[in-house]
Design a protein around this ligand. Sequence first.
Ligand SMILES: [Ca+2]
Ligand SMILES: [Ca+2]
Ligand SMILES: [Ca+2]
Length: 298
Amino acid sequence: MKNMCRTRSCIDWIALIVVLAAGPVWAGLPIQVSLFPTADSFVREQAPTLNYGGAGLLCAGGPDSVNAGGQQNGRFESVMQFDASEATGSFDSAYEPGRWVISRMELRLFENGEPGNSLFPRGVGQFSVKWMSADGWTQGNGTPMVPMPASGTVICWSLLQTLLAGGTEETLGTLVSTGTDEPMVYPLPFQTSLESELNAGGVASLHIVPITPTIGFSVHSTNYFDSSKKPVIYLVAVPRGDADGNGLVTSDDIGPFVTALLTGALPNGLRTAVVDMNQDGVLDGRDVQGFVARLGVF
Ligand SMILES: [Ca+2]
Ligand SMILES: [Ca+2]
Ligand SMILES: [Ca+2]
């Protein structure tokens, strides 16, 4: 307590002691939302005006990648678009608008290590996931068997180059494929343009780009019949002040909140933004009043 009093005002600590007797006043659960893409497609450098948006797979293929028969089909990239309004609607109704924080944010993909169609390259390697600012594209209906000429907003290699040239991108992660049929879970970084768009309930586009020249990385798309293998952005949100991450702001959060003030860390790897009550990006004594208010004492 000596250290605490050295860094916090006595009024703040008295307030905390008062709320020790308070019972739960805020009901809720950690709300989880899985967002499927509203559109997704791969595009090919060697077929720059063709669309494959109805395909069951997305692909990142390096320029030197080959298919199962050793043939090169050139570079593949993919795009995915998500509408976050479903998630923010759930969070708003559970916790009230402006009173929640995304505590987990993951991209979940299901790799197909050996695609049956010979168009797709195979080979493990690195790829990157980028947020891109341009959302002005649609997925189209082309398939590997029947690619469709793209026009207007229908995505193809050429349109993607135009969109990238007129917008910005932000790398979210450099990842590694496995070459096996299995689910892959990639934590997405916070304090990014992606998080901002998701917080605002907007539309967000992701861009999957090969890094290793020989990578042939395929994952099931949102057109795939098995929804358990579709791409997903998985989100969990908790009410601001929920220092133990159980979806409730109660007196049980006082201990981890105080610990976070003193050590800068929350339990279970929870991000400290959860208890940055005044949202100034800093966790300090100025967050105590907001935390106490959230507990319903004042
Ligand atoms: Ca698609
Ligand atoms: Ca809690
Ligand atoms: Ca703060």
